[in-house]
Design a binder for this molecule. Sequence first.
Ligand code: ADP
Length: 399
Amino acid sequence: MSKIIAINAGSSSLKFTLYEMPGEVTVSSGIIERIGLKNSIFTIKYGDGQKYNVVEDIENHEVAVEKLMKQLKELGIIADFSEITGVGHRVVAGGELFKESTLITDNVLEKIEELSELAPLHNPANATGIRAFKKLLPEITSVAVFDTAFHTTMPKENYLYSIPMEYYDDFAARKYGAHGTSHQYVSERAADMLGKPLEDLKIITCHLGNGASITAVDGGVSVDTSMGFTPLAGVTMGTRSGDIDASLLPYLMNKLEITDINEMINILNKKSGLLGLSGISSDMRDIEEAAEAGNDRAQTALDIFHNRVQKYIGQYIAVMNGVDAIVFTAGIGENAASTRKIIIDGISWFGCEIDDEKNNIRGEERVISSEDSKIKVLLIPTDEELVILRDVVCFAEKA
Ligand code: ADP
């Protein structure tokens, strides 16, 4: 039986799900976390609840892919690499070029690398993952699934910046957003869980991971999203600043004696967010632990994170002139019960309330608002891999 692997290479993680076809049966899944940091965590789930778990330093995504494939064989999950007939890669930035998923040719891979200027943390990681798989499995169906595709439905007034129109016409300078597969998947699941047609719902989806974005989904389509021209915009993230006043850049460059704007952008992408504010870590678990132990900077980082998410939810209630449901997903959204509670408590005026008992859960689909809550609040583990798998299957069937 053939197998298809879905790859989700994030800025600091590489997630995979291996499916046996037909039937979309998950035979193995796993994650390599903290890639590029000390003590990367390598986890593979397989068989009858078996788990392979190792902590080792994994320096980049190419090493991660090699180790993953080697381990799948060693654990007997695959007998040979040839069992894998298709691979789907999540790619963050598709620009205006890729409005839907596409077969990866050399030309497509080149374009994905060219689009790195739109997603400096992700596209290079995505491309490295694609190359590593091409090297190991050159013959298989290889598909790119773009995070920006879901947001191509945004209206002009939400994707255009208030800068001279020629910059959009000539250089495609606009908002693209990201995490589209995730926002699409959780909004569809939310409609199923609420037993209502997606077309009738206004949903705000909060994808809170190392990278974080909030999307306004009206009638099943993305109408606005917090990330911008690149994933640098929006809410405070693990290492990214989120929104700032552009005038701060020349001011800081002058003070810091930085002459290269790329150095400044690198600081905003890699040294800011929770990491820059706390001075401790980009990882929410480390921040929560430090805040609990009384570290002021960690507490401030937490407060700012909650505040930014609340502000975007407020904005999107205005953008859609209402909201039926708020969804939490991704690493922080799925696991950090206190974060969900603090965010919702702070916007209770709109008519939402957390049920503490229901909220006391991790990584399981559930309505976590109280019975009386006008706005339903849902925890929905994202499943970008399933969206990716289905797109690979579409292309494999056409081949
Ligand atoms: P990405 O795919 O963008 O790298 P993830 O969606 O995997 O990110 O989310 C990573 C984030 O989720 C990290 O900040 C991590 O600390 C956080 N996270 C994971 N588990 C927990 C937990 N139990 N409590 C709080 N935060 C958590």
